[in-house]
Design a protein around this ligand. Sequence first.
Ligand SMILES: C[S@@+](CC[C@H](N)C(=O)[O-])C[C@H]1O[C@@H](n2cnc3c(N)ncnc32)[C@H](O)[C@@H]1O
Length: 265
Amino acid sequence: MKFIRVNTLKIDPKTLKNRLERKGIVLKETFLDYAFEVKKSPFSIGSTPEYLFGYYMPQSISSMIPPIVLNPKEDDFVLDMCSAPGGKTTHLAQIMNNNGCIVAVEISKTRTKALKSNINRMGVLNTIIINKDMRKYKEELLKKKIQFDKILLDAPCTGNEIKDKHRNVSKEDIKYCSLRQKELLNIALDLLKKGGELVYSTCSIEVEENEEVIRHILNNRNDIELVYLTPDKFLGINIKKGYLDGTLRVFPPNEPFFIAKLRKI
Ligand SMILES: C[S@@+](CC[C@H](N)C(=O)[O-])C[C@H]1O[C@@H](n2cnc3c(N)ncnc32)[C@H](O)[C@@H]1O
């Protein structure tokens, strides 16, 4: 299944739909008025002038859910902790109507280039790109007493290894990722303002990288509560309650995803 997210910072969904349909691309509506399923395309969806103009982003419908659930406001100060190549950063900027401020952090230099290119292509103006390891950058932020209203932690996971490196994952990989995810989530929560909200997401199917990470945080910190999510508004998506009440899981044929929301109290 292929989807596109229309970049409403540059074009309205109806105009883009008409333009693409005139080229023989068949699009189907989704629960989101600015996202379409690509039912048929005579050529690669990433090779049109409209793509180069930054009118849309090809991405799974599942990957659009974390920014929607985070729901940043136009005056929010937002941290996107693991941001490249920027599918969710550019979506957050779109929801914020290019207002407020997003700090987009990415550890990999090569992936930061892709992030920069997507941000430029899509006309995002409210984002500061930081090519650093969040585990070190945290110290700088805390020293300056900088905290955020909203944080997205779209964590590195074994799902990325399957997709990017086409390899099977071992028990050790899952354990390694789970430890890293707990570390990153604790960092994120330290950087969240009181009353601030955080969305944790992965494209892994493993409980150790999803529900267990959230359970670990809830058992070990007394300044965090779970914000209950329900699957009902994501019509047409194979989305269900996660194995921890209040969390969400997307299942095939959609791209598998786990989404949880936390609040600092
Ligand atoms: C799941 S991908 C993020 C996808 C991105 N959110 C998007 O929607 O396009 C996870 C990213 O986290 C980055 N990463 C891993 N560890 C990190 C760290 N300690 N600090 C910052 N970025 C990190 C990886 O290089 C990778 O690009």
